[in-house]
Design a protein around this ligand. Sequence first.
Ligand code: ATP
Ligand code: MG
Length: 885
Amino acid sequence: MTSSEIRQHFLDFFRSKNHLIVQSAPLVAKNDPTLMFNNSGMAQFKDFFLGNGTPPAKRVADTQKCLRVSGKHNDLEDVGFDTYHHTMFEMLGNWSFGDYFKKEAITWAWELLTDVYKLPKDRLYVSVFEGDTKDNVPFDQEAWDLWKPIVGEDRIILGNKKDNFWEMGDTGPCGPCSEIHVDLRPQSEVDLKSGKELVNADHPQVVEIWNLVFMQFNRKADGSLDPLPARHVDTGMGFERLCMAIQSKMSNYDTDVFTHTIKVIEELSGITYTGSQREYPDVAMRVIADHIRAVSFAIADGLVPSNARAGYVIRRILRRAVRYGYSYLGFTEPFLTKLVPTLAMQFADVFPELNAQRDFVATVIREEEAAFLRTLENGLKLLDKITGDLEKSGGKVIDGETVFELNDTFGFPVDLTALIAREKGFSIDESGFQKSLQLQKERSRKDASSATGDWTELHDIDGVEFLGYDQTEAEARIAKYRKVQNKQGTQYQIVLDRTPFYAESGGQIGDTGVLELQSGDKTTVIRIADTKKENDLIIHISNDKNLEELLDGHAPVLAKIDTARRIAIEDNHSATHLLHAALREVLGKHVGQKGSYVGPDALRFDFSHFTKVTDAELAKVEQIVNEKIRENIPLNERRNVPIDEARSLGAMALFGEKYGDFVRVITFDPNYSVELCGGTHVPATGQIGLFKFTSEGSVSTGIRRIEAVTAEKALSLLNEQQATLDQLKELLKAPKDVLKAVQSLIDERQQLQKKIDALESEKLQQVKTGLLTKVQASNGHSVLVERVEVPSADALKQLAYDLKAKVDNLALVLGSDINGKPQLAVMLPEALIKDKNLHAGNLVKELAKEIRGGGGGQPFFATAGGTDASGLDRALEKGRELLLQ
Ligand code: ATP
Ligand code: MG
């Protein structure tokens, strides 16, 4: 059975059990402050377990792209060294939202594995939660009773809280789970030792494939457990491990999920993969085959490698792969990028987002690789220098701070530093490095620290009704609130049952406004400073103080947004859509949105494009957008459009967006701009009034950023420019043609400069002639000491050289006051230098004392500058004495 068939059978099986099959959410988690990446199938359904929002069906199944490289689940260090943990993997899952429970989940899992996939029954083991008295949770008798007739008592293992009790986080839904493990060892080994003893013992051929979680409790902030009113099932099966079991392989990397990629790596490197556990070239090939998937799909889902947050995680994974390729497979040029097409083709059916953006993804990866290969070399040079220094001083250990610096500044993985150090006979101070790392972590933890209180629930709600597409104010009830302590101080987060406030998402910033509470004839106002989303909850944030009593009062509120601000936001949001379409028209269809900011003051739009947008292209885009504004195209807003229909309307599918099965489609002219969008928009484009660019630049490889303003702001921008122009005209005495007037000023200035230059050289000539008459003879050489008037220090030097050319054996001191700055020049003849051992540099230093300055130069010529022009005559007098003695 091929891997695609295995995946398809899973989905078909659960479809036959009345499950709705849904799409994978993107790898990058959206609207979930606790999660950077989706790390399990259930992540996109969290809300339904928390009771916020209604699931699309009570039974759902899918395959979910997961990434386990940060936070609670981090398998990065195992990847490549073992054969069954990946950074990115697919998790097959089936869910019941308050529908079926343990019985169905268990029997179906067994049916699928043994009937459909035909896995041998005697190679499967299951675990059941043994209970935990400290936590007051009982042994999972129900699961035991269900498994016993199916697998037999001797194939059930009791598991502790760590392995068999699942919790969403510190608080929230939780419950016992049952894992299914498979023993894939050859029969000869099985005969020697029972698989049961190897379950959960990190044996590469006795692995967990499926985890069935039964959610039946809710953990509160004080640690206590409440039974959940609706019980849920959440299962997750590792697709790559399942393929290994069904295809009877000893390693995930021997399944057809990975063999295509490994083959390309073999071709590129000329090294054969032997599948060994420890040989470094084999480890490297596994690491690379794994990491390229994580990196490619993350980029396809909208992430770019960067120095912050999720972007940095991707950068680290990519660098780790580059380093393995460099060290063990001899890749000194970008190679990961060459693996993208194979991967894109392989997953074109299940995850089309990669194939659709293949060139973009490959380019981003190539540039990242090339950049790191450059630092890799620099880092190696630095390491060379450090070990060289150590050699001289007789040291043996590279200190932790240096290792940290190599890691932090050069992006050098610690293990690479350790490896190279070892090759040269050195070691690294691992614990010193850890200390530096810890310090940095603490610094960043301090920055991010916040304390979130429990929700105080006032009214039970099913979800929040968003009214903001149609209303700017609404009567609502406070459903719950909590206090949050963070860097900005104390905040109240308030949830209403219905609200006109738009919560920040899709680039559009959150609304501000007020909640008015009426009690008797007194109105109290709570100011809302921002609105954010947490999963599907809309959270109103207030920085007002001591709101408890007010909020607990259970009064209905009148929620009012700041309308003027919202209108300005809408102008910018709709303009962003017009801009997107215009860019695609002018630059080409490769332009795709890569991020945006839509606020009341301005808009920012990031998009994929590889070269600078020229002035002519920008002008064209601006012209189109303004034309579309003047056409006053009415907004066509359609809510709840099935996703397939939206695609057929030509909606630009924004990969990386999380959308349910129904989407909102925003159209300004079906032939011009059709987008999936949850934001708020102008009723017709005419309201935008005017659109002006303020900047165009690069954000990162292959991504450009445009900033622009609309409406009032665009008008003020033009007015400011007009005002500058008006002032300019006034200064120029109101000429007919300003450009001409400025040009003639420039021309005139140039001509005047020429005249000045000519006059000055003429004057210098006269000075020179005058000076020649003042030369005195003394002891066989000529002496000239004079104060002169010259325009610059250069002119003084030139004058000295000119005089030297005219007068034999000249000993000279010239002084000049150049715009208040005294300047001296000393020139000596050969004879004085040789016979009297004089040095112009020393002489000028001595003289410069009189003008409070300093200088120096060669034996025959030197200059000095000073700060006290009144000492110039004294300096010359001193010079005369010295030369004439
Ligand atoms: P393990 O103990 O093997 O790391 P887990 O307990 O972390 O697994 P779960 O969180 O229960 O796993 O995830 C459900 C299933 O997903 C597992 O049974 C396994 O098949 C698969 N899985 C988990 N982590 C990985 C990974 N890093 N790579 C590939 N598959 C994984
Ligand atoms: Mg794990």
